[in-house]
Unconditional design. Structure first.
Length: 632
């Protein structure tokens, strides 16, 4: 705050909360003097001491800081009239900042001393534990509270079990088979799941010091040690039922809900377990009580066993909360970004995993010979591409897009993408003048966003709900006809199944075509170049052709040789379609069924009608571990 007061700029401010946290941990802010030379040197020194990375170089107590601020307040006139500052102060524009600075310092110091705002307790301390690119699975403290054991998978690599310690920059392999760690006992024994599925498989035991794992039980969804380290609580899949056993072979609770991540309380009397969308506490008699939070943010017992500590992420900020069995809650720490609580040590340290799900947008566009990274912010997801490949419509779906997401248009002849408005991008008009989108707060409605001058227009669907069902999170799919005057969409009427509709932008109620159950999905543009036929999925989930006009309108016509996949777009000549099946895209003749391989790559794609350009999305899951000390 003092740094921002003196410079008008925040000390650490990056594009995202996660990047800001990284800057706080690893970077130094620009010197105050380089931004505002008018700030008296004593104030610069105070701020620099407050921001020192080494705790030993900071003030011993906040009262020491308050006293020094008070001294500076009393002497700010002397400082402002001395040396170079006095010379600069002759200019009227400098007098005001110095006066304001003095007043704010005085007010801040008085408020500090009189209200006790400066707490004597130190803030939590953060340290990063892992640095490799890849995905952490489960992570647990070893008995010493300093060693961390965790499952880790590098990009497309083998799932392996590693260990690290606070202060180390690299992790070491424990030399165990592929698998993940469920728990570490107080005596240093590991409970593992073997195989490439990090949360389900064969349970095994192995010494932390090294040795061959001993298989214990198959079909296990989670395990934790009893406090004495002699027995295990497990979630054991038995047909359609999931059974909580403690110890193994002794059923405590059984149900059809998805039970995961059992955590035994420090006294061994209770087990917390993920139970569907909530966390439940189960006692030795099988009595089950659901708590008002879910398992997705991670959870663990507090050191005393009186509370369950858990993570809860909202609007890009994660709050680590403490909740007791009476439903009372308190906040432990707030973190910018998405974090999962992995474990709590016996001393109360938190082991958290910072998570990022990073969509990248890659494309082959006119004028370049190879794919180019077109990612704009932190969540670029392609929706459409013009016939010549020179315009790309996409959604910014992560933090950079804001709470309502954002629709962007990228032009091949420009260096900047242009934000068109809030919402999810759906389709680009043939002339490039309009973009179809839907609002995040009302996903069943469609918007027309101008790509140049013009006003946003909401389309009148006359009671038809855009989307695949009545659920708000169901993706909306809509695209333009080649004439730019009509829109094809998947929608439904109250009490009816989804189907295809044609909407005339000049007015009128959407007209259904094809049978109920026919549909198409996001980023698919299945209207033929002449606008007379639609390629979409039939009620059987297989691509078909649906004539739009004439006596055959609404009939469902099979494509020879096609029994799966989805049509992305028609070829520009109207004789073939681009058919995606998994990571393979074929060009298929709609009359003969003849196929030829067009592309094979990972990611969802939008294809230009000329077959020369495309844009695809690639997702990368990244996570690293952090240690947080000093939470109370």
């Amino acid at each position: 705050i003092l740094y921002e007061l003196a410079t008008g700029k925040r000390a650490f401010l990056k594009k995202t909360g996660v990047d800001t946290l990284g800057a706080i941990l690893n970077e130094e802010p620009p010197p105050i003097g380089s931004i505002n030379p008018q700030v008296p040197p004593p104030l610069r020194w105070i701020v620099e001491r407050c921001l020192a990375k080494d705790p030993g170089r900071r003030y011993g107590t906040t009262r020491d800081l308050a006293i020094e601020l008070s001294n500076l307040r009393d002497r700010v006139a002397e400082v402002g009239s001395s040396g170079a500052v006095a010379a600069i102060s002759r200019k009227r524009r400098v007098v005001f900042p110095l006066a304001v600075l003095a007043a704010l310092l005085a007010g801040a110091t008085v408020a500090t001393l009189e209200s006790g705002l400066f707490s004597k307790s130190a803030p939590p301390r953060f340290s990063q534990l892992t640095f490799s690119r890849g995905a952490v699975q489960y992570a647990r403290f070893a008995p010493d509270g300093l060693t961390i054991v965790y499952g880790f998978q590098r990009d497309r690599g083998r799932l392996q079990i590693l260990s690290t310690r606070a202060g180390a920059t690299e992790s070491r392999s424990l030399g165990l088979p592929a698998g993940n760690v469920f728990a570490v006992s107080r005596s240093g024994e590991l409970a593992l799941v073997l195989g490439e599925n990090f949360m389900f498989g064969t349970l095994a035991r192995a010494p932390l010091a090294g040795g061959t794992p001993r298989e214990v039980l198959e079909q296990v969804r989670g395990a934790d040690w009893a406090p004495d380290g002699g027995s295990l609580a497990v979630v054991h899949a038995a047909g359609a039922m999931n059974r909580l056993e403690f110890p193994i072979g002794h059923p405590v609770y059984e149900g059809q809900e998805n039970l995961t991540m059992p955590r035994v309380s420090p006294d061994g009397g209770l087990i917390a377990v993920g139970s569907g969308s909530s966390v439940a506490v189960i006692d030795a008699k099988g009595s089950k009580r659901n708590l008002p939070f879910g398992p997705m943010g991670g959870f663990a017992w507090s050191p005393t066993g009186q509370e369950i500590w858990y993570g809860e992420e909202r609007s890009g900020v994660t709050s680590i909360q403490a909740g007791d069995l009476r439903g009372r809650r308190r906040q432990l720490v707030s973190l910018p970004g998405a974090f999962l609580l992995q474990d709590v040590s016996r001393s109360g340290a938190l082991l958290v995993e910072r998570v990022s799900w990073e969509p990248s947008m890659i494309g082959l566009i006119p004028g370049v010979a190879a794919e180019r990274d077109l990612t704009w912010l932190d969540g670029s997801m392609p929706a459409d591409i013009s016939a010549d490949g020179r315009l790309v419509l996409f959604t910014e779906s992560a933090g950079g897009g804001g709470p309502a997401r954002s629709v962007y248009l990228w032009k091949a002849d420009g260096a900047q993408a242009v934000r068109l408005g809030d919402g999810n991008a759906l389709a680009l008009s043939p002339d490039g003048h309009w973009a179809l989108a839907n609002r995040a707060d009302a996903p069943g409605k469609l918007l027309l966003l101008p790509t140049g001058p013009g006003d946003v227009r909401e389309l009148d669907l006359s009671g038809i709900q855009a989307g695949g069902s009545g659920r708000a999170h169901t993706p909306v799919s809509a695209t333009f006809f080649p004439d730019g005057q009509r829109v094809l969409l998947t929608g439904f009427e109250a009490g009816r199944a989804r189907r295809l509709y044609v909407l005339d932008l000049a007015g009128g109620k959407p007209r259904p075509i094809g049978p109920e159950g026919a549909y198409f999905t996001e980023a698919v543009h299945g209207v033929s170049p002449d606008g007379r036929t639609v390629a979409a999925l039939g009620p059987d989930g297989v691509p078909h052709l649906f004539p739009v006009e004439g006596s055959a309108a609404g009939a469902m016509v099979s494509i020879p040789g096609v029994d799966g996949g989805e049509v992305l777009r028609w070829c520009s000549d109207g004789k073939c379609v681009f058919l995606a099946v998994g990571d393979v895209i074929d060009r298929v003749d709609i009359h003969t069924g003849h196929r030829e391989r067009w592309k094979e790559y990972e990611g969802n794609s939008v294809v230009a009608a000329d077959g020369k350009s495309y844009v695809r999305s690639v997702y990368g899951y990244r996570s690293n571990l952090f240690l947080i000390d000093g939470v109370k």
